[in-house]
Design a binder for this molecule. Structure first.
Ligand SMILES: [Zn+2]
Length: 318
C-alpha cells in the first residue's frame, strides 16, 4: 500500500453527517472526476470513478442518504496499459438532471447547461470548503511518501476548477502553487508544513502523524549530516592552514635560514615542521617552556608574516 492510497483510504472513511458537506463533496466528485456527460436535450449521464472501492462506496452512501438516489456500482477491470481495477458508480439517467439541479450545477448560460465550477453557496460554510477539497483529492489527488519527497497535488481537469480548489485551501491559509501538466491543471504543495496542514484539514489525521514521524526523523538526520559535513570541512580547513604554514617555514629556511630567527620563533618553526597536524594546544606543550594556544597561534602568525615579507621583499621585523 502506498502512502497516497493510505491517505485516500483514510479520507474515504471520514464520516459526513451534514447535508451541506455531502452536497459539496458530491459536487467536487462529479466535477473533478469528469463524470458529467451531456446526452442532449437536458439529459445527462453521471458517474464517479475511483481506484479505491471505499471512495465509490462513500458517494453511493451519500447519494442514498441525502438524495434518496440508489446508484449502480460496477468494477472496471484494468486494460493492457493500466492493469488496475477501478470502481465506477453510475447514477440512473432519470435521476441525473435532478441531482445536478439539487447540487446547483445547472445553468442555462454555461456550455451544455452545466456550471464548470460550483456556485459560491456550495462552499458557504468552512466545513463545506474542506469537504470540497477532500472529494477533489479523492478523485484526482496524489501525495508522495515523505521519505521520497514533499509533494501533494490535485490535478484538476480545468483551470477554473483548479483556481476554485486553490481558493478553498487559501481560506485555510494553505498556499498552493499552480502548474499545468498535459491536459491537467495542477494545484500542488511542496512544503512539508503545508502538506501536514492539508492532511489534517481534510481529516487524514493518522496519515498526518505518519507523515510527521518521517519528517521529524528526516530533519534530525539532515541536521546530523549538516553537522558532520561542517566538522569535516573544518578539519579540511585546519589541514590546509597547517600545510600553508609548513610551506612558509620551508620558504623561510631556504631564503633566510631558520637559525637566523629569534629563538622562540625558531623553536616554534621546528615544532610545527615536525608536527604538521598537531592541534595548537598540544603543539604549545612541545615547547620549553610550554606555551598556551593563543601564544602558539601568535608565533605561527609571525612566521607567516615573515614568509610573506620575504616573498614580497618587504622589510622583515623579527
Ligand atoms: Zn458543510
Amino acid at each position: 500500500m502506498s502512502f497516497a492510497s493510505d491517505v485516500r483510504g483514510e479520507l474515504a472513511r471520514q464520516g459526513v453527517t451534514d447535508a451541506c458537506c455531502a452536497r459539496s463533496e458530491l459536487t467536487a466528485a462529479l466535477l473533478c472526476g469528469g463524470g458529467i456527460a451531456w446526452r442532449g436535450r437536458g439529459r445527462y449521464a453521471l458517474s464517479i470513478t475511483a481506484g479505491e472501492a471505499a471512495t465509490v462506496r462513500r458517494y453511493f452512501a451519500m447519494l442514498k442518504l441525502f438524495y434518496g438516489i440508489i446508484s449502480q456500482i460496477r468494477t472496471l477491470s484494468g486494460d493492457a496499459l493500466n492493469n488496475q481495477t477501478r470502481y465506477q458508480l453510475a447514477v440512473a439517467d432519470g435521476d441525473a438532471a435532478n441531482l445536478l439541479d439539487a447540487l446547483g450545477l445547472l445553468d442555462e448560460g454555461s456550455l451544455f447547461g452545466v456550471r464548470p465550477v460550483p456556485p459560491e453557496e456550495t462552499v458557504r460554510f468552512a466545513c463545506c470548503k474542506k469537504s470540497f477539497v477532500r472529494a477533489a483529492f479523492l478523485m484526482c489527488g496524489a501525495v508522495s511518501h515523505p521519505d521520497k519527497a514533499y509533494h501533494l497535488e490535485i490535478a484538476a481537469p480545468t483551470e477554473s476548477l483548479a483556481d476554485f480548489i486553490a481558493a478553498q485551501l487559501a481560506y485555510y491559509e494553505i498556499r498552493a502553487k499552480r502548474t499545468n501538466r498535459k491536459s491537467k491543471h495542477v494545484v500542488y504543495l511542496k512544503q512539508a508544513e503545508a502538506i501536514s496542514d492539508a492532511l489534517s484539514l481534510l481529516g487524514a489525521s493518522s496519515s498526518m502523524l505518519a507523515f510527521e514521524n518521517v519528517r521529524v526523523k528526516k530533519e534530525v538526520s539532515n541536521r546530523v549530516n549538516r553537522q558532520m559535513n561542517c566538522d569535516s570541512s573544518n578539519i579540511n580547513r585546519a589541514v590546509t592552514a597547517a600545510e600553508a604554514l609548513i610551506r612558509d617555514i620551508h620558504y623561510i629556511d631556504g631564503e633566510l635560514g631558520l637559525e637566523k630567527l629569534p629563538v622562540p620563533l625558531r623553536e616554534m618553526a621546528y615544532a610545527r615542521a615536525n608536527n604538521p597536524e598537531m592541534p595548537l594546544a598540544e603543539l604549545g606543550e612541545q615547547l620549553d617552556p610550554p606555551l598556551g594556544k593563543s601564544g602558539v597561534s601568535a608565533r605561527l602568525r609571525k612566521l607567516t608574516a615573515i614568509a610573506d615579507a620575504l616573498r614580497s621583499g618587504d622589510e622583515i621585523k623579527l
